[in-house]
Write a protein that binds this ligand. Structure first.
Ligand SMILES: Cc1ncc(C[n+]2csc(CCOP(=O)(O)OP(=O)(O)O)c2C)c(N)n1
Ligand code: SF4
Length: 276
């Protein structure tokens, strides 16, 4: 594990500074999200709840997944869509580790969607943070399972004919212990939810609605990062204990954020230990 000496910012110790600057476009929301996650992780490490030498980050492919490449932790950058099964293998090989999976909506809910379902069904002991920017951003903005109905993307030039997947509803309907949504316009909730997730067991899923001015912004006429951020901010509404039926993302009606599911079902590891 590489910790770069001589850091200046309090979060620098969590980053591989030799890999900074990131490849993120100016005004991308991903840095806000990663910063909030690192603040939560920093707190959990200082409390002694998480051992920084026993944290593993796993990312598939995409702008979001690349976070695993920037953090100064043991990390793996694996095939597109395959971060969750890779992390499952790591966790089963060494249950003492804290597994953090990061990925875009294409990576986690699209190409890796089947893995997501099974990890949630198993209540597999790991945290998955999915950043929803509504397209496959790294490759130029193809339609994703989260793309709103009617939006023109590079692969839906006449408008997306499919309604978006309500991923919070799907994951919460399975066996996951924690399901929450925040937004890069509310970094304090990203921090709070990730902090909570780090103290729990079983499958923990956090969706972070993010801004991608460079690609998705072009598709919806919000190319300016500040404008896109402000438009998202207007739509995001925090609700204490929102219901699962309130989880559908609707750009016109608003985007509810909050903790949709918090429970203490037996986790996969607890169950297999009990079977021995
Ligand atoms: C199996 C496979 N299919 C396609 C690709 C090409 N590819 C690389 S990144 C990417 C898009 C990633 O989008 P998403 O997961 O939503 O993350 P974002 O870039 O939006 O953060 C695609 C399709 C690939 N690397 N591997
Ligand atoms: S393409 Fe979008 S998500 Fe990727 S770095 Fe640029 S702004 Fe961020």
């Amino acid at each position: 594990m590489a910790v770069t000496p001589g850091y200046l910012h309090p979060l620098d110790k969590h980053l591989r500074l030799d890999r900074i600057p990131t490849l993120y476009c100016p005004g991308c929301g991903l840095g806000i999200g990663l910063g909030a996650m690192l603040r939560a992780l920093d707190k959990r490490i200082s409390e002694g709840v998480v051992d920084r030498n026993k944290v593993v980050w796993v990312g598939g492919i995409g702008c979001t997944a690349r976070m695993a490449f920037y953090v100064s932790y043991d990390s793996a950058h694996v095939l597109h869509g395959r971060a969750i099964p890779f992390a499952t293998g790591v966790k089963l090989a060494n249950p003492e580790l804290t597994l953090i999976v990061v990925g875009g909506d294409g990576d986690i809910a699209g190409i890796g969607g089947n893995h997501l379902l099974h990890a949630a069904k198993r209540n597999m002991d790991m945290i998955t943070v999915m950043f929803t920017n509504f397209v496959y951003a790294m490759t130029g903005g193809q339609v994703a399972p989260t793309t709103p109905l009617g939006v023109r993307t590079t692969t839906t030039p006449h408008g997306n004919p499919e309604p978006p997947l309500n991923i919070i509803k799907v994951v919460a309907s399975l066996n996951a212990n924690y399901v929450a949504r925040a937004s890069v316009t509310t970094p304090h909730y990203i921090e709070q939810f990730f902090y909570r997730a780090l103290g729990m067991k079983g499958f923990r899923f956090i969706e972070v609605v993010s801004t991608c001015p460079e690609v998705y912004g072009r598709h919806i006429g919000l190319r300016d990062p500040v404008e896109m951020y402000n438009e998202l901010k207007k739509r995001v509404k925090y609700k204490p204990n929102p219901t699962i039926d309130e989880a559908l993302i609707d750009w016109e009606k608003g985007i509810i954020i909050g903790e949709f599911m918090v429970r203490d079902n037996p986790s996969y590891l607890e169950i297999i230990r009990g079977l021995k």
